[in-house]
Design a protein around this ligand. Structure first.
Ligand SMILES: *[C@@H]1O[C@H](CO)[C@@H](O)[C@H](O)[C@H]1NC(C)=O
Ligand SMILES: *[C@@H]1O[C@H](CO)[C@@H](O)[C@H](O)[C@H]1NC(C)=O
Ligand SMILES: *[C@@H]1O[C@H](CO)[C@@H](O)[C@H](O)[C@H]1NC(C)=O
Ligand SMILES: *[C@@H]1O[C@H](CO)[C@@H](O)[C@H](O)[C@H]1NC(C)=O
Ligand SMILES: *[C@@H]1O[C@H](CO)[C@@H](O)[C@H](O)[C@H]1NC(C)=O
Ligand SMILES: *[C@@H]1O[C@H](CO)[C@@H](O)[C@H](O)[C@H]1NC(C)=O
Ligand SMILES: *[C@@H]1O[C@H](CO)[C@@H](O)[C@H](O)[C@H]1NC(C)=O
Ligand SMILES: *[C@@H]1O[C@H](CO)[C@@H](O)[C@H](O)[C@H]1NC(C)=O
Ligand SMILES: *[C@@H]1O[C@H](CO)[C@@H](O)[C@H](O)[C@H]1NC(C)=O
Ligand SMILES: *[C@@H]1O[C@H](CO)[C@@H](O)[C@H](O)[C@H]1NC(C)=O
Ligand SMILES: *[C@@H]1O[C@H](CO)[C@@H](O)[C@H](O)[C@H]1NC(C)=O
Length: 406
């Protein structure tokens, strides 16, 4: 019965290996031995955590490296937090993962996942030494949510081939110079903020992006959205240093907001027909002419503009459901909007329009004129007869005709 004494341990080993490839609790790796258990599994059903206090050898700097090969799929999360001496983390064969969380890894500078293409979520928080990610050839193409905050990353190489994403939030990465994503839709929200700590500006490009629910851009030096067709909630720009913004294919948007973009001189959204929420332009100090909205017809919320502009052209406007507030420290001719508010009844809400205001304010503030000088700027609203055939078409033709009748 010599055979049995051989077989039993072998079976015992096999079954324990299978058991270890599936774990309802989280597998915690603190030493190489734990890592080798994982290495024996092609698919690991469960979550893996690498916490502080790794029992792996330290190099002369006291730094630790961890490398796990073999495992291709982890169905749960991989969470690596507070391993403050971990300088290098590598999963050589891992292709797919649930949540991927790296947090407070002070010296982590090498991240190598050369096969990884799919994660359900990514949360990279407080990784000051991490300058680049290595996710192999195409990088990660599928992720439901991405949060990258407080890292040393200078580019998003490794995730810039994402095809679609629900939530994308990249903030406070002081060395980041460039965000370029191939996504076609943002199902939930996009937030880009305060990534300009060390560099002169963050450029952002979304060449394929067509639809989004909500987008917020702060502190960017350029934002390119050439394919964007519609945004269901808000599209907001705050404190960016871009000099111009254009969205040539955008037709509808929930809310549209431009605040504190101090270098902005030109906004061009020539195909925009409806703003289903509010439309705010405030404190863009260099913006003198607001004339890139040739087709804007319907504003379902309020129109709230204040600044130092001298010209506002909204030639296709047929309806402003909410309040209308337009205050400028520049010389502004309000007569076209006056008519929209009174005889044409295009503007349904409370109407304020005033140029040469000493402190132009937002909706709800009163406009106090600093001088009574005659305005020299020009503005237009409603329907200029001369442009009638060119401007009108489709539903706005009907709306325009109705207006002529009324
Ligand atoms: C994985 O992480 C996500 C997001 O942090 C969490 O909602 C989920 O419950 C985690 N799943 C497991 C199996 O721990
Ligand atoms: C991301 O991870 C950090 C720390 O690791 C945690 O505090 C934070 O709640 C996580 N955020 C999300 C959205 O999961
Ligand atoms: C931004 O990154 C993309 C992809 O990494 C690259 O092709 C592009 O040249 C970069 N643009 C700038 C302005 O650095
Ligand atoms: C803009 O829309 C037009 C018409 O739908 C389309 O042909 C064109 O490819 C779009 N441009 C971009 C850059 O997506
Ligand atoms: C958004 O744009 C897409 C592509 O142009 C179009 O199919 C869809 O109907 C639009 N949705 C809305 C609400 O306008
Ligand atoms: C905006 O409202 C119009 C008219 O109600 C509707 O056709 C369009 O789908 C709405 N757009 C969005 C992006 O919700
Ligand atoms: C949607 O975008 C607006 C403006 O950009 C922002 O103020 C708001 O917080 C965003 N909402 C969500 C849920 O992301
Ligand atoms: C980033 O933009 C915000 C406005 O959204 C502004 O208050 C802040 O000063 C800007 N930060 C930098 C570093 O420009
Ligand atoms: C504003 O930008 C649009 C689109 O890029 C361009 O066609 C137009 O000439 C610009 N206007 C001015 C005054 O520069
Ligand atoms: C514009 O600037 C004024 C003066 O600094 C400030 O009171 C106001 O809140 C700003 N408006 C917005 C929308 O940020
Ligand atoms: C408005 O712009 C003019 C020049 O176009 C400038 O002289 C004036 O100081 C500006 N006023 C404010 C309040 O920014």
């Amino acid at each position: 019965m010599v055979i049995i004494t051989y077989l039993l341990p072998a079976l015992a080993f096999a079954s324990s290996a299978i058991a270890q490839c599936s774990n309802a609790a989280t597998l915690t790796i603190t030493a190489s031995a734990d890592a080798s258990v994982l290495a024996a599994c092609t698919t690991y059903s469960g979550s893996v955590a690498i916490p502080t206090g790794l029992a792996t050898p330290q190099d002369t700097n006291g730094h630790q490296q961890l490398s796990v090969d073999g495992v291709q799929v982890i169905t749960g999360n991989l969470t690596v937090t507070n391993a403050i001496m971990l300088s290098s983390l590598s999963f050589g064969d891992l292709k797919s993962l649930g949540g991927f969380e790296l947090g407070s890894l002070t010296v982590l500078s090498e991240l190598s996942f050369p096969q990884l293409t799919q994660v359900s979520s990514m949360n990279f928080t407080a990784l000051p030494a991490l300058q680049q990610m290595s996710f192999g050839g195409t990088g990660i193409t599928q992720a439901d949510s991405v949060l990258i905050t407080n890292t040393g990353l200078s580019s998003l190489q490794g995730i810039n081939n994402l095809q679609s994403v629900s939530t994308f939030n990249v903030n406070n990465n002081a060395a980041l110079q460039n965000i370029s994503l191939q996504v076609t839709s943002i199902k939930n929200s996009l937030d880009i903020e305060a990534n300009d700590g060390y560099v002169s500006g963050l450029t952002t490009t979304f060449p394929m992006l067509q639809t989004a629910q909500n987008m917020t851009f702060r502190n960017c030096s350029s934002v390119l959205l050439p394919s964007l067709a519609n945004v269901t909630q808000d599209l907001g720009f705050y404190g960016n240093t871009m000099t111009s913004f254009a969205a040539p294919n955008l037709t509808t948007v929930g809310g549209l907001i431009f605040v504190d973009n101090t270098d902005l001189t030109n906004i061009s959204i020539p195909g925009l027909v409806s703003v289903n929420g509010s439309y705010q332009i405030a404190n863009n100090t260099m913006l003198k002419q607001i004339n890139g909205f040739q087709k804007l017809s319907v504003i379902k919320g309020a129109l709230d503009f204040n600044g130092n502009f001298t010209e506002v052209d909204l030639p296709a406007l047929t309806q402003v459901q909410g309040a209308f507030n337009m205050q400028s420290s520049g010389q502004l001719d309000c007569s076209a909007f006056e008519a929209d508010s009174t005889t044409k009844q295009v503007i349904k809400g409370h109407y304020v329009c005033s140029g040469s205001v000493s402190k132009p304010g937002g909706a709800g503030t009163s406009a106090s004129a600093s001088s009574t000088s005659k305005p020299t700027g020009k503005s237009s609203a409603g329907h200029i007869e001369a442009n009638f055939p060119a401007v009108m078409g489709g539903t706005s033709l009907i709306a325009g005709l109705l207006q002529l009748i009324l």
